[in-house]
Structures are given as structure tokens and as C-alpha cells.
Write a new protein. Structure first.
Length: 178
């Protein structure tokens, strides 16, 4: 009984400390309870560039070959609205979207990283974890861009030789714009 009481006290103390720390990004409760390896400016810049290159290939150029080169063979995409996709399905979905863009069925979009939300954490002997918030905008002909939704994301990047490849992407907490 005494051990259980100490366990309950320890859990309560941890939760109290976490609650006092507060969330770092709206809608995302992130608590750094133990210190880890601090991200370097060099790593953050490299991941910011990999992120920009990836989303430019997806949204600006619809370049599925470039996107494929930036994915690990076992890549996995998890989306709160669309579920899980393995690498092949993810690329097929992108190819389908690009074809619908050309035919006019789909509208072009732009993804914006909310810069102050960016967190990059080194993963020893693997790569880095990128966490942040992003916004999506519709690009319709002869109209100003329109915010469509905002969401949170986490990307696990793997360092392969001198290149960064996306191993896993989790996109969640999407809220439609008003």
C-alpha cells in the first residue's frame, strides 16, 4: 500500500510539473521533462531546408520523382483525416493529385511552415525529429490565396549519406479555416 501511495504521488507531481510547463504550440501539449541533446543551429538549418525542398516538390512543382528521392524505402505517412499510407500509396496519391491539377479537377495549394513553431531534435545515430505547425492555402486562378486549414506535424528525418530522407510523417490536429 505504501509503494502505491508513493507511485501516485510521483505521478501527480509529474503531471503538476507538466501542467505548469504549459503547451509550446496552440493545440499541442508538449512537455520537455528531461533534458536531451540540444539541437544545433546547423541541424535546424539543414532540416528547415529539407522541409522546404520537400514541400516545394510536392506543392510548387508536383515533382513526384524528387519526392520519391526524399523518402526512405519504408516511409510511412499518418494523417488524422486520411489514415495511414505506405510509400507506394503516398506516391500514387501524389501522382493522382498532380494529374487532377493538370486536368483542372483539383486546385493548387501552398503549404506554409509557421516559423516560430519549428522544433528540431537530434536523434542519435539516425537523424532528426522535426515538429511544428503548418498552414495550407488554396491557389485558385484569378483569386487571392485563401487559408484552408492549419495542422500540426512531426517528421522523422533519416540522414542517408549526405542527404535527408523522410522516414515518417505524422500530420494531425487539422482545423479548417473559418
Amino acid at each position: 500500500m505504501l509503494r502505491m501511495s508513493f507511485g501516485v504521488i510521483a505521478i501527480a507531481a509529474s503531471l503538476t510539473a507538466a501542467a505548469q510547463a504549459g503547451p509550446t504550440v496552440k493545440g499541442a501539449a508538449r512537455y520537455h521533462l528531461t533534458p536531451g541533446a540540444a539541437p544545433s543551429a546547423e541541424l535546424t538549418a539543414a532540416i528547415r531546408k529539407a522541409d522546404a525542398d520537400l514541400f516545394a516538390a510536392v506543392f510548387d512543382r508536383c515533382d513526384t520523382d524528387a519526392v520519391a528521392a526524399m523518402l526512405t524505402p519504408d516511409f510511412r505517412f499518418i494523417h488524422d483525416k486520411n489514415g495511414e499510407s505506405a510509400r507506394a500509396k503516398f506516391l500514387d496519391d501524389l501522382k493522382g493529385h498532380c494529374a487532377r491539377l493538370k486536368s483542372g479537377e483539383d486546385f493548387a495549394a501552398r503549404r506554409e511552415l509557421v516559423a516560430p513553431s519549428l522544433e528540431v531534435w537530434p536523434i542519435s545515430s539516425y537523424g532528426a525529429l522535426e515538429i511544428g505547425v503548418h498552414r495550407f492555402y488554396a491557389r485558385l486562378p484569378n483569386k487571392p490565396e485563401t487559408l484552408t486549414e492549419t495542422g500540426n506535424f512531426m517528421i522523422l528525418w533519416k540522414k542517408v549519406d549526405a542527404n535527408w530522407q523522410m522516414a515518417e510523417s505524422i500530420s494531425y490536429g487539422h482545423e479548417l479555416a473559418n
